[in-house]
Design a protein around this ligand. Structure first.
Ligand SMILES: [Zn+2]
Length: 108
């Protein structure tokens, strides 16, 4: 009985992964900075420029990629998808391990 509901959960989790296939790795970063131009609105420390970045290991090195403002929300969501993917994968692994151990203990 318990196993059946676990399998149901696992199926639901596995199906949820497909909706997350557009996920992106790394950390989404948003920061407000001055641009350095003396005549800009930001020079007085007010109305700073918002920058968006994706920080991610790429080809073996930590890299930071600039994200255009119009893509910021999309990238933020896709990075969130990766977290959901990892959480779902961890739950599936947990169910599988529990089932594997349970099966093993029943053997003589
Ligand atoms: Zn500026």
């Amino acid at each position: 009985m318990a196993y059946d509901s676990e399998l149901k959960d696992r199926g639901r989790l596995a199906r949820s992964l497909s909706a997350l296939r557009e996920m992106l790795p790394g950390s989404f970063i948003q920061r407000d900075r001055p641009c350095g131009r003396p005549n800009c609105r930001c020079a007085k420390g007010k109305q700073l420029h918002t920058q968006y970045q994706l920080s991610v290991p790429w080809e073996g090195k930590p890299r930071t990629f600039h994200i255009p403002a119009e893509s910021a929300e999309e990238v933020r969501k896709k990075v969130e998808m990766h977290k959901s993917f990892q959480e779902a994968a961890a739950e599936i692994c947990e169910i599988n391990l529990r089932r594997f151990l349970g099966r093993k203990e029943k053997k003589p």
